[in-house]
Design a protein around this ligand. Structure first.
Ligand code: DGP
Length: 114
């Protein structure tokens, strides 16, 4: 756990959240400002600041996150698809510096950057 990290505090239960999934390595909760009917943040419990810090020593946790994403998507009934987004760093628009994946779905998603 990193001091002054909002998402570490949420994982520790110090700040309330609407949890949708938890296992040994992964925590997931509903975004406070949902952009779609389903908008869940999926993150490794271990503090990794951003995608730029992924390396051979922690990459398995990213795989764990994507395993969780598939489970959550099924549990949320996202049968016809969804989008997974990661914002990295200042230019990428990341506002909370604890690696997280936005799982968004529940409606036909509009504009795509790519
Ligand atoms: P990003 O901009 O990619 O770093 O996404 C951060 C997301 O975190 C943003 O969509 C809003 C969400 N968020 C920020 N603070 C809180 C909070 O206290 N609780 C919850 N549930 N979500 C939060």
């Amino acid at each position: 756990m990193k001091n002054n990290c909002l998402f570490c505090a949420i994982i520790a239960g110090e700040i309330p959240s609407t949890k949708v999934y938890e296992d040994e390595n992964v925590f997931a909760f509903r975004d406070i400002n949902p952009q779609a009917p389903v908008h869940v943040l999926v993150l490794p419990k271990k503090h990794i600041a951003c995608a730029d810090e992924i390396d051979a020593g922690n990459a398995a946790l990213v795989g764990n996150c994507f395993e969780a994403i598939a489970k959550i998507a099924r549990a949320e009934g996202l049968k016809s698809g969804y989008r997974v987004i990661n914002n990295c760093g200042e230019d990428g628009g990341q506002s909370v510096m604890h690696l997280h994946f936005h799982l968004i779905g529940g409606r036909k998603l509009g504009e795509k950057i790519i």
